[in-house]
Design a protein around this ligand. Structure first.
Ligand code: NAP
Length: 320
């Protein structure tokens, strides 16, 4: 089978499409024929060798994907060969024609969703759901600002929050991105590069501020976020690419919280609850992942460059 292999940490070109030996599922595992691979920013940090967690070399990147069950290992009763599934974790890596996962990392992909849409679920939708409902404890009728709403996590968060009855504000850096965020259900959309956008957001809340912020770039925004929070507001730090200075007094006057998260910290029961909600949302059509770009698996290097470029537009997917 063909797979992307990383033999050394470095630039996107260290990812090579090569022939590797076939995989066999062990006890409790499934083998999936991968039809679409979700590309996430974290895979670029891991490939570059700058992430806290460094896999042993060589390795195949990738956590997310969607496809069809090919084989099931001993003790797996919940899936059968031929089932459509999405992957939210893989021991062998999903940038490949086939991937191994534990049965608990694999979830049914309801018929309305394409394989490309299934590949957008594992990390982005689970992160958005956990950020909104498990970390921020966002409730219907509250106002959420999705700060960075045009990418994989942001579009997911807008759809999830809108379906739950929140008032949804979103930001994007391009007109195309803002139009996309509006189409996903945001009530109001702002340009995070406009000099006065924080004042515009405050105005949109009649000066009260927002109850919840999902933050995609905390090193740029965290200090500003604290100034547009409502009393008892919560900022969830989802993305961060550097250090930031804040005025802690802004949290004191509001009884505000800054809550960090990384998806792999999610306890198994909470993760199972997230995926049950996501499968239901795919089934009832309230969740419709946006695929901005599809590239052949051999163009993984191009996908890694694209996912870090400004002007996000939904999800980037590789097709083996
Ligand atoms: P993505 O698809 O590349 O989207 C990036 C988003 O950040 C876009 O909406 C982009 O908007 C926005 N952005 C760029 N500059 C911004 C600014 N100055 N202020 C606010 N937003 C800005 O990436 P993703 O998959 O959605 O992930 C978003 C971030 O979360 C990444 O840093 C990723 O590593 C992180 N993440 C963390 C977890 C976790 O467990 N904590 C899980 C998944 C992802 P424009 O391009 O329109 O400017």
């Amino acid at each position: 089978m063909k797979a992307i292999r990383v033999g050394q940490f470095g630039e996107p070109e260290v990812m090579k499409l090569v022939e590797v030996p076939p995989l066999q599922p062990g006890p409790g595992e499934v083998l999936v024929r991968v039809h679409a691979v979700g590309v996430n920013p974290v895979e670029t940090y891991i490939r570059a060798g700058t992430y806290a967690r460094k896999p042993a070399l060589p390795f195949t990147p990738g956590n997310d994907g969607a496809g069809v069950i090919e084989l099931v290992g001993e003790g797996v009763s919940e899936f059968r060969p031929g089932d459509r599934v999405y992957l939210a974790g893989s021991s062998s890596g999903t940038y490949a024609e086939y991937a191994l996962s534990n049965a608990a990392q694999v979830h049914r992909l309801p018929e309305p969703a394409s394989f490309a849409q299934g590949a957008a679920i594992g990390t982005p939708y689970a992160t958005a759901y956990r950020g909104l409902f498990q970390r921020a404890e966002a409730r219907p009728n509250e106002t959420v600002l999705v700060h960075g709403a045009s990418g994989g996590v942001g579009t997911a968060a807008v759809q999830l929050a809108r379906a739950r009855g929140l008032r949804v504000l979103g930001t994007a850096g391009t007109e195309r991105g803002r139009e996309l965020v509006r189409e996903q259900g945001a009530h109001e959309v702002f340009d995070h590069h406009a000099p006065d956008y924080l004042a515009q957001i405050l105005k949109a809340t009649s000066g009260r501020g927002v109850d919840v912020i999902l933050e995609m770039l905390a090193n740029v925004n965290l200090g500003k976020d604290l100034t547009i929070l409502a009393p008892r507001g919560r900022v969830v730090v989802i993305g961060n690419r550097g250090r930031v200075e804040i005025d802690a007094r802004e949290t004191m006057s509001r009884d505000a919280d800054i809550r960090g998260m990384v998806l792999p910290n999610t306890p198994p029961a909470e993760l199972a609850s997230i995926h049950a909600a996501l499968v239901a949302g795919l089934e009832n059509g309230s969740l419709r992942p946006v695929i901005g770009k599809e590239l052949p698996l051999g163009e993984a290097a191009e996908a890694h460059r694209a996912v870090l470029e400004p002007g996000a537009f939904g999800k980037i997917v590789l097709v083996p």
